[in-house]
Design a protein around this ligand. Structure first.
Ligand code: OGA
Ligand code: MN
Length: 288
């Protein structure tokens, strides 16, 4: 097999073909790691991975991180606590086997409400609805590089509060008190612009919109500024919608991307298995 690497869009993504992730050479792994840092997400199609294969590949990127606390707690396949199931499918008792249902999942960076959010997450597609359920990625390095100076000046040196109350499906995390006040909400403060630890490239770091707050402004000023930042970052030239095929694996750099998911027919089945890689460091502020 010959490894090939193709840009997915000018701003983001590398598709890597000619690899079997269950038997990856060190050289092929190095190419994937390089593309992951430089292109923000890596797509590999046509895989046939067991949960053990998915874990073994994931461990090559770093220490595994346990699944996030979602609306029903932490959801894993039996015997695989480090795998997280994203699915709308119900079990024999009518309970969901995974998180996020069939609705829209709004733009977010995974678990940025932690002091050291995961470096990476990856999704592996096992069952898919005939339409809908596309996963979108947003290039936060490109969004920062092309940010108008007037906007840049208003966030320079500032931090943003990242909310840990609600997940991207709009569900309250298990055991957390509902609130719409960023000051009361659990979460972490991170620099608005962070540098990538491997490449030094700066990226806008927004996390998620709900309960977000920029320090040093009134709530109304912060909301207006956040709306402007979000409108800028989510423009079409910075985003890509991934139409899944069974056997696709997408690995994203959680430090330089946001992602969201389109809703799909709740009577169709969508089953994704996911792992995430522990944060190797706290997000580091960009010193312009
Ligand atoms: C996730 C996530 C979206 C999707 O797994 O972190 O946001 O497309 N998933 O399932
Ligand atoms: Mn996510």
């Amino acid at each position: 097999m010959t490894l090939t690497i193709t840009d997915v869009t000018p701003a983001i993504g590398a598709e890597i073909a000619g690899v079997d992730l269950s038997r990856l050479s060190d050289a092929a792994f190095a190419a994937i790691e390089h593309a992951w840092h430089r292109r923000a997400f890596v797509l590999v199609r046509g895989q046939r991975l067991s949960d053990d294969d998915l874990l073994a590949f994931s461990r090559r990127l770093g220490e595994l991180d346990p699944p996030p606390n979602q609306e029903k707690g932490r959801m894993s396949p039996p015997g695989y606590p480090d795998i997280y199931v994203v699915s709308n499918v119900l079990d024999a008792k009518g309970e969901p086997i995974g998180a996020l249902g069939a609705g829209e999942a709004v733009w977010h960076t995974d678990m940025s409400y932690l002091d050291a959010p995961p470096d990476a997450s990856m999704l592996y597609a096992l069952e898919l609805p005939p339409t809908g359920g596309d996963t979108w990625f947003c290039a936060m390095q490109a969004a920062f590089a092309e940010m108008p100076e007037a906007l840049n000046a208003r966030i320079r040196g500032r931090r943003i509060k990242h909310d840990g109350t609600y997940n991207s499906g709009g569900y309250l995390r298990q055991g957390v008190t509902a609130t719409d006040d960023p000051h009361q909400a659990p979460g972490a403060w991170h620099p608005a612009v962070c540098v990538h630890p491997a490449t030094g490239v700066p990226a806008l770091y927004l996390g998620r919109r709900r309960n977000s707050y920029i320090e040093g402004y009134t709530r109304a000023e912060s909301d207006a500024l956040l709306d402007a930042l979000w409108a800028h970052a989510t423009q079409p030239q910075f985003t890509y919608a991934h139409r899944w095929q069974v056997g696709d694996l997408v690995l994203w750099d959680n430090r330089t991307t946001m992602h969201r998911r389109d809703p799909f027919d709740s009577t169709a089945r969508r089953v994704m298995h996911r792992t995430q890689i522990k944060g190797s460091a706290k997000p580091v502020a960009y010193a312009a």
